[in-house]
Design a protein around this ligand. Structure first.
Ligand code: 13P
Length: 249
C-alpha cells in the first residue's frame, strides 16, 4: 500500500504573516489526520514561518525549487542544504511554470533531482504535457522523455525518496481536470518508465501524484484511482478550508 501524499504548492502567494494565519486555521482542522502525508510548499521567504508554525504537527514543509550546487556565487539561488537547514524536508522540482517561464530543462531537472536526493530531501518531480502535445498525440512521448532524462544516471538506491507529480499543463489553473482515467493512464506510463530505470519493486512503491485543478469537488474521484497516490494542489491549497476538504477527500 502506498500512503497518499497531498502537497500544497503555494506558488508566488502569501507572505510570512499570511503563512502563520494559514497554519493557525489549518492545523486544528487536520489534527489527528494520519491517513495521508501532508506537505506545504510555500515561497522561500515563508519557509521559516511555516516550519515554526508546523512544529509538533505531522505537516511537512517543502521548497518550490532548488539549485544543484552546494553554495557559491549564484545570485538568487537556494541549495538543498539551505532548504534542510531551514527545516524543509521536501522540494518541488521541474514544475511546468519553471519549465515555461524560467528556462528549466530536462537536464536541469536531472541535476536538481540528483542534488536533492544526495542531500536527503524528498523531491517531487513534475512532468506533464502541454495542450498542443496532447492534441498531437504526443503525451506518451513527452512523459517518456521527461522521465528518462530526469532519471538519467541515478540509481534506484539513491532514488528511494523520489515522488513524481503528473501535471498536465493544460489542467493547471484552468479549472480543466484530467479525468481520473486520463490521469491513471499517464501514471501507468510513468510507473513503467520508473520500472525501466529503477526496477519493478521500486516502481511498485513509487508515489505518483496528480496535479492540475484539484479541488474539493473532484478530489475524491481522483484519489479513488488506484494509480493516483496523492495530489499536488495549487489554487485550492491557499485556503485552509478548501485544502482541508481535499486532504479529507
Ligand atoms: P492548480 O491546482 O491551481 O491548477 O495548480 C496545480 C499546480 O500547478 C500544482 O503544482
Amino acid at each position: 500500500m502506498r500512503k497518499k501524499l497531498i502537497a500544497a504548492n503555494w506558488k508566488m502567494y502569501k507572505n510570512p504573516e499570511q503563512t502563520r494565519e494559514f497554519f493557525a486555521a489549518f492545523l486544528p482542522l487536520v489534527a489527528g489526520h494520519t491517513r495521508d502525508e501532508i506537505v506545504v510548499c510555500p515561497p522561500f521567504v515563508d519557509l521559516y514561518a511555516a516550519v515554526e508554525a508546523a512544529k509538533g504537527s505531522s505537516i511537512a514543509i517543502g521548497g518550490q525549487d532548488v539549485y544543484w550546487k552546494e553554495e557559491g556565487a549564484f545570485t538568487g539561488e537556494i541549495s538543498s542544504s539551505m532548504l534542510l537547514a531551514a527545516g524543509a524536508t521536501h522540494v518541488i522540482i521541474g514544475h511546468s511554470e519553471r519549465r515555461q517561464y524560467f528556462a528549466e530543462t530536462d537536464d536541469t531537472v536531472n541535476l536538481k533531482l540528483k542534488a536533492a536526493l544526495e542531500a536527503g530531501l524528498t523531491p517531487i518531480v513534475c512532468v506533464g504535457e502541454v495542450l498542443e502535445e496532447r492534441e498531437a498525440n504526443l503525451t506518451e512521448d513527452v512523459l517518456r522523455r521527461q522521465c528518462l532524462r530526469a532519471f538519467h544516471a541515478i540509481s534506484g538506491k539513491k532514488a528511494a525518496k523520489l515522488v513524481i507529480a503528473y501535471e498536465p499543463v493544460w489542467a493547471i489553473g484552468t479549472g480543466k481536470t484530467a479525468t481520473p482515467q486520463m490521469a491513471a493512464d499517464a501514471h501507468e506510463l510513468i510507473r513503467s518508465e520508473a520500472a525501466k530505470a529503477f526496477g519493478d519493486e521500486f516502481a511498485a512503491q513509487l508515489r505518483i501524484l496528480y496535479g492540475g485543478s484539484v479541488k474539493p469537488e473532484n478530489a475524491k474521484a481522483l484519489m479513488a484511482e488506484e494509480q493516483i497516490d496523492g495530489a499536488l494542489v495549487g489554487g485550492a491549497s491557499l485556503d485552509a478550508k478548501s485544502f482541508t476538504a481535499i486532504v479529507q477527500y
